[in-house]
Structure formats: C-alpha cells, structure tokens
Design a protein around this ligand. Structure first.
Ligand SMILES: C[S@@+](CC[C@H](N)C(=O)[O-])C[C@H]1O[C@@H](n2cnc3c(N)ncnc32)[C@H](O)[C@@H]1O
Length: 303
C-alpha cells in the first residue's frame, strides 16, 4: 500500500517522517524518495536483522535517516516531541521473517519454535507452549486467534508436552492437524494458533497501545498517523484509539452517560472514517495484502 501511505502522510521535501516498523525499508525508501532531497526519516524495528537490511537498502538516502533497533512503543523516548509530519506503523510480520525457518514463525517450514521479533528477549514460543497453563494457552488461542477449539487444543498441548516438550514448529503444527479437521482449502488449521502465539510472544497488542499514544506525542499539530493492520483485534484497537481521541468530551468510568460528559478539545480527527484496503492489483501480486486495512488520523492543529 505504498501509494496509499504516501498520499495519507502527504510526504513533501523538508518533512520529518517516522517508520516505526521499518522492515526491509520498502515504505521508508518510498517516503525518502518522495520527500527528496530534504525529507528526514526516523526508523525502528524490533528485529535487528530488519534494521540491518533497511540500512543497506536505504544506502542511497544516507544522511537523511536514523534507524534504531527498538520497539515502536518507545518512539516518544527518542524522537523529539511534536516534531514529525507523519508516522507510519505497518504491523505484523515481514516476508523475510516468515520465510526464514530458523525464526520459527511459520508452520510451513520446520524450525525452532521461536517467533521472537526481537531475539534479545528471553520468552520464545516454545517457552510459552511448554510452560503456560492450559487456561492461559486457551485464552491466547481464543482471544488472539479466534480459535473455536481453543480449550480442547490447549489441553491436548499440555498432555503432549508431558510426554515430549515442544521444540519445533512442525511438531506443534502436526498436533494441531491431528486435532483439527481441515475445514478450508485456503486456511491451514495451524494458521490462527500460530498467529495467536506470535502475538502473545511479542506482546503485539501491548506495543500497539503504547505505540499509538507515543505516535500522537511525536506528531506536530496537523501531522498524520497511518496504521496498517492485518488482524481484527489490532484494527479494533486503532479504531477505538482514534474514536476516543477524536471526541470533544471525556467521561469517567466505562460508561458514556451524556449528562456526565465533560467537554474537552479533541486531540485528533479521522482523515477518513473507513479503512483503506489494498487495490485488486496489489492483492493479486501479494495475497497477504487482502487482509490489510489502513487507517489515517490527523493530530489537531490546536494541540
Ligand atoms: C509488515 S513488516 C513491515 C514492512 C515494511 N513496512 C517495509 O516496507 O518493508 C512489519 C515489521 O514490523 C516489525 N515490528 C512488529 N512489531 C514491532 C514493534 N512493536 N516495534 C518495532 N517493530 C515492530 C516487524 O519486526 C517487521 O519487520
């Protein structure tokens, strides 16, 4: 969704932009090219290999970017506050992460059950699968994967790990295949469980919650935040964040009672109420983009 992102962020020469999920630097290169010769980019990624790849791939723009191996949740700790014209978060995993068996993200290749985006962190998917209680696993599979057989599957994992701890991706995928009839031609039965484990290992919703708040802090008034999600829980969090910060009133507690509303200035507005989807040509070239949703917000001028 490169063209959509450039339009959403209104990239111009002299602007300051942030790519909080720089990956291989595809979007970052497009931002630096569209903002040539003077736009500046702060970039980060939790994955050290992605940061190295981005530095190499952005060599042509040397002197116009700074990349840190970091979680975008901490952007406001190092990017100057109220300084940026646009922030991009393109969530989820990258193709190199999925394609590299040793990273353990994919059930299509056999590799260590790892799934850490940041390999400095101690918790791996094997650690979670071998140590967490059946209740915790079931909650992860249900809440992050929407897996209907979450409880049954969690109990089967606990039984199996008493016999032989889980170490490899195929070992887990084969257990899921045994427990799960293949209902759809396109969706492998392990897809949701692997996605849920990845999100739990990397605390992806926790990072998103902190990252959205931080992004708003580093934007200038009038600056834009563009977020691409691939998961309904992430999209809901972005939508709820935008709705709450676009309100011109606050309310205490969980209930919005009109009589108890306290007026306040909104912090942002939606650039478009509905999410932007990848066009048919992009979906044909990259089927993963089928589930991508881009939401765009603008920080209010008076903030
Ligand atoms: C879909 S890819 C981004 C691809 C990138 N936009 C490009 O054009 O190449 C997602 C990237 O986000 C990174 N990531 C996910 N969560 C992150 C977080 N909380 N902080 C920093 N990077 C994160 C992943 O490591 C991965 O490299």
């Amino acid at each position: 969704m490169v063209a959509e992102v450039l339009a959403a962020l209104r990239v111009v020469p002299g602007g300051r932009y942030v790519d909080g999920t720089i990956g291989g630097g595809g979007h970052a290169a497009a931002i630096l090219a569209a903002g040539a010769p003077t736009a500046w980019l702060y970039g980060c990624d939790r994955d050290g290999a992605a940061c190295d790849a981005a530095r190499t791939n952005l060599a042509a723009f040397a002197g116009r970017f700074e990349i840190r191996h970091d979680n975008y949740a901490g952007l406001a700790d190092w990017v100057p506050l109220s300084s940026c014209d646009g922030v991009l978060l393109d969530l989820g995993v990258s193709s190199p992460q999925l394609d590299e068996p040793v990273r353990g993200f994919s059930f299509q290749h056999d590799g260590p059950l790892d799934m850490r985006m940041d390999r400095r962190q101690p918790l791996t998917a094997a650690g979670l699968v071998n140590e967490a209680s059946a209740d915790v696993l079931a909650r992860i599979f249900w809440e992050l994967g929407g897996e209907r057989n979450a409880r049954r599957l969690a109990r089967a994992i606990v039984r199996e790990r008493e016999r032989r701890p889980f170490e490899k991706t195929r070992q887990l995928a084969e257990l899921i295949e045994r427990w799960h009839p293949r209902l759809s031609r396109t969706l492998h039965p392990a897809t949701k469980v692997f996605q849920a484990l990845r999100m739990a290992v990397n605390d992806e919703l926790g990072s998103l919650e902190r990252g959205l708040a931080g992004a708003l802090k580093i934007l200038k008034p009038g600056g834009r935040l563009a977020v691409i999600t691939f998961h309904s829980g992430e999209d809901r969090m972005v939508k709820d964040f935008g709705r709450a910060r676009a309100r011109d009133y606050a309310f205490n507690g969980g209930m919005d009672v009109p009589e108890l509303r306290e007026p306040r200035a909104p912090e942002l507005c939606w650039v478009r109420r509905k999410p932007i989807r990848a066009c048919a040509t992009e979906v044909a070239a990259n089927p993963r983009s089928r589930s991508a949703q881009l939401r765009v917000m603008e920080k209010c001028k008076n903030r």
